[in-house]
Design a protein around this ligand. Sequence first.
Ligand SMILES: [Zn+2]
Length: 276
Amino acid sequence: MKSVFVRVLLGSLVWTAFAQDPSSRGVNFYSVDREIQLGQEAAADLERTLPAVHEPKLDAYIAQLGSELAKYVGPQFVYTFAVYDDRRPLAMQPVAMAMPADAFGMQPGEPVAIAGGRVLVPLGLLAGAPNEAVFAFQLAHAMAHIAARHSTRRASRQQLVDVTTAGLEAQKAGAVGQMAPALQAESLSLTRRFELQADGEAARIMAGAGYNPEAAIQYLEGQSPAAQAAAVLSAHPTTSQRVETIRSALGNLPARAYSGGAGGFAEAKALAASVR
Ligand SMILES: [Zn+2]
């Protein structure tokens, strides 16, 4: 009887955490101060390993664009940016305090958003961006991950899973095997929802800073069919889900003319492409 009770209790704890809305209000075991500290440690570790690109004009351009976007993100965190060279494959372990969930696992499709405010920008993302609005979207997406505290929310959820799995192991070995695939599927589902939430927020942020979110839609729709299809075990949603999310965010914004932002993109892009 006790065993059934423990399993139901643990199960409901985890499923409650999984069912949470992907807003910043969900289950989070980390204080903001602790999150900032862990993020700073993770960023320092990463930046010791990553091939850094130190190009003052590039840094200044991204800092300027980032500070424009930050006005529409929220005041909880201070956003800082660093560029790294992604032209060669990087043998990096997954990072607990970073989004996306598979950061460094494949060709980077977005900057790495580290809990607390640090954003690591792959050089190739700027060199390959078709226009400033798309690059602004990518930065805003990373900032949205940080603002919504996705890294610590993911870590909190993982801790619940660990507790549950340990509890089940103590109760009955077979139950772990039954529940593991469901837990894995739910974990992927949560990271996909986080990605879509970051897209919706990025559309709002870029629009605030004067960039038309339609540019992000065009960019996503222009990607190759292989890049558009999410694998079954991918931490990322499909392109059509992303486009739908951005369109829906756009539908909630007041109609306006877009100024096209701060400028300076062409020079920064050329500089990114010429870094040796
Ligand atoms: Zn993301």
